[in-house]
Design a protein around this ligand. Structure first.
Ligand code: SF4
Ligand code: SF4
Length: 582
């Protein structure tokens, strides 16, 4: 490695040291091969949203990393640095600027790589740079929080074991009730099952219906399956943060649990980065030989239909749908045709989005972008191309096999007012299931929405909605009022406390960032007041990095914690759960 005499910060020194260990043949090839032809430029959604700003071009972004590589690890940069644009990195401010490029201006979607004639894989270079910065503590706050939760609690949303087991049990009871069959349950830690089913913690927190839909499909297929009590998170923030140690630890937890249960196959629920991490990258990060098969649940569902283990009726899903290819599933893992084959079996009106498959644009929430709230405005601006793509299909539902994409798409659909729903293949497949007549399942009307709301009975419940964004206040209030609740509203912390003292609501939905007394202080005051401490609280925030600050307070934790954006179904489902409404 080349050394110079200019003073360098401790962190900058460590980044250089780290780089010397991370330069694989693939990374060096991508750093050395760029000829600055510009062919990749217009493949990036950030460029398309910011056409007059050259700093968004993939090659420009790569050059922020390439110049360091050239100065220290390539002879041209040592001999003629001015000629090849080589320069080193010295200060913490320069590391911060690099952070804004590698985390804030790229979702590691790999669309530019596909359009490079020289085979430059910028996303891999970008991931390496993320990992180097993370190793010296330079990262967006959300990345730090999520990584810490995955290291310490075992999943990236900080879901506690009891919360996970309670939710699975709740979904298990609903399934038995729905099918009128006491044997239709979700087995936990069953030994020697043919399938061990792993999920994304988002399913526990925001979308438990995906768990019961999957359970319904496994049950109807007569599968010998189980969910693990621990090590159940198939997501892996190491892919986003570039931290291979985290990647290895997380993957190992899941693999070891499957081995402990003597499971025959690990089925991974619909999640692009989870599938890529667990199925493709994890064994290398974990340094393990995997003694069982791994499969995406998309392939499992398709197989059940082909083998005649379940029967589906596509006329049950008549609303026009389009399909969004997740970058990790499609571009990185080649899952193009199976989801389409399955879609064509379970929906009546499927319309392709263009471009699609490997050329599809990112949902703009990839690469961990949903956890980096400081870059939200930039992310939503870059989503323009995706919004146009969605609108052009004329579909009312966009289907995607990725929880990350569900969040990214939901957010941009709301931002650009597209009036579409987001669903997953598991929802559509469960809805299309033909259940034998002896099992009493209420038939769904043909044109019903994909995921019909469960009946809610919020009448007699008083809910205080607290948020300083007028749109959100109106939205939450309308949803809750429509479901029978008496709703009170406050747009700042002090008003919220006054109303809480006066009205003693059953539940408060509480935003955190508000003018005046912020939501965190309101929450603590509620918990410390003998008269108000029993009121249930659901935090709903656009700043996931604040979660730790809430849970670290010396008061009992909130009954619920949701990250924005929150759609109608998620809001109702969580309110129902918190208020224990049957
Ligand atoms: S297409 Fe490839 S060679 Fe051309 S500028 Fe982009 S990364 Fe460099
Ligand atoms: S990986 Fe995706 S977001 Fe990043 S520069 Fe390439 S096209 Fe743009």
């Amino acid at each position: 490695m080349f050394h110079d005499n200019q003073r360098r910060s401790y962190k900058a020194e460590k980044v250089l040291e780290g780089m010397s260990k991370k330069l694989s043949r693939q990374i060096v090839g991508s750093l050395a091969a760029c000829v600055h032809c510009g062919m990749c430029t217009n493949s990036c959604h950030y460029v398309l949203a910011n056409p007059d700003d050259p700093t968004y071009a993939p090659a420009y972004k790569a050059d922020r990393i390439r110049k360091i590589f050239k100065r220290h690890f390539d002879w041209t940069g040592r001999v003629i640095p001015w000629w090849v644009g080589a320069s080193s990195i010295y200060t913490d401010e320069e590391l911060d600027a690099l952070k804004d490029t590698v985390f804030g201006k790229c979702t590691n979607c790999r669309r530019c790589s596909l359009n490079c004639p020289m085979g430059v894989d910028f996303a891999s270079v970008n991931r390496m740079a993320r990992g180097l910065l993370v190793s010296v503590g330079v990262m967006p706050q959300g990345v730090a929080v999520v990584s810490k939760d995955q290291w310490e609690i075992g999943n990236q949303m900080g879901v506690l074991k009891e919360e996970y087991l309670e939710t699975v049990e709740w979904m298990s009871e609903e399934l038995s009730e729905e099918l009128g069959d006491p044997n239709a349950v979700i087995p936990i830690d069953k030994m020697d099952a043919d399938i061990v089913y792993s999920i994304n913690p988002r399913e526990v927190k925001y979308d438990p219906r995906t768990i019961s839909d999957a359970a319904k499909i496994f049950h109807m297929a007569g599968e010998n399956w189980t969910m693990p009590s621990e090590g159940w998170d198939m997501t892996n923030f190491g892919l986003f943060s570039g931290d291979d140690n985290l990647g290895g630890a997380v993957a190992r937890r899941l693999y070891e649990k499957v081995v402990e249960l003597r499971g025959g196959k690990l089925v991974i629920s619909e999640c692009g980065h989870g599938y890529r991490s667990t199925r493709c990258e994890g064994p290398n990060w974990a340094g393990m030989d995997i003694p069982f098969e791994m499969e995406s649940s998309v392939i499992t569902m398709l197989r059940y239909i082909k083998e005649g283990r379940i029967t589906v009726d596509k006329t049950k899903n008549q609303i026009p749908v389009t399909f969004h290819d997740s970058c990790n599933n499609a571009r990185s893992c080649g899952l193009f045709e199976e989801p389409r084959e399955l879609l064509n079996l379970v929906v009546s009106d499927f319309r392709e989005m263009h471009p699609n498959r490997s050329e599809n644009y990112c949902c703009t929430g990839g690469g961990g972008a949903m956890s980096m709230s400081e870059y939200t405005p930039l992310r939503l601006k870059s989503a323009r191309v995706k919004a146009d793509q969605l609108a052009a299909t004329g579909a009312k539902i966009v289907v995607t096999s990725c929880h990350n994409c569900v969040d990214g798409l939901t957010d941009l659909i709301r931002h650009y007012k597209l009036g579409m729903q987001v669903a997953q293949l598991v929802n559509l497949t469960a809805n299309a299931l033909v259940v034998p007549v002896q099992v009493a399942v209420p038939e769904m009307a043909v044109a019903e929405p994909v995921r019909p709301q469960m009946p809610l009975h919020l009448s007699g419940r008083k809910i205080l909605v607290v948020d300083d964004e007028p749109d959100i206040l109106v939205f939450y209030s309308a949803v809750l009022t429509d479901n029978g609740a008496t709703v009170l509203e406050a747009s700042d912390g002090d008003t919220a406390l006054d109303i809480a003292r006066r009205e003693k609501p059953d539940l408060i939905t509480l935003d955190l960032s508000m003018p005046g007394t912020d939501g965190g202080k309101v929450f603590e005051k509620l918990r410390q007041d003998a008269e108000l401490s029993q009121i249930r609280v659901c935090i709903i925030t656009g700043k996931p990095e604040l979660r730790r600050l809430i849970y670290d307070r010396p008061v009992p934790p909130p009954e619920g914690y949701l990250d924005k954006p929150v759609d109608e179904e998620t809001l109702l489902r969580n309110v129902r759960k918190i208020l224990e409404v049957a």
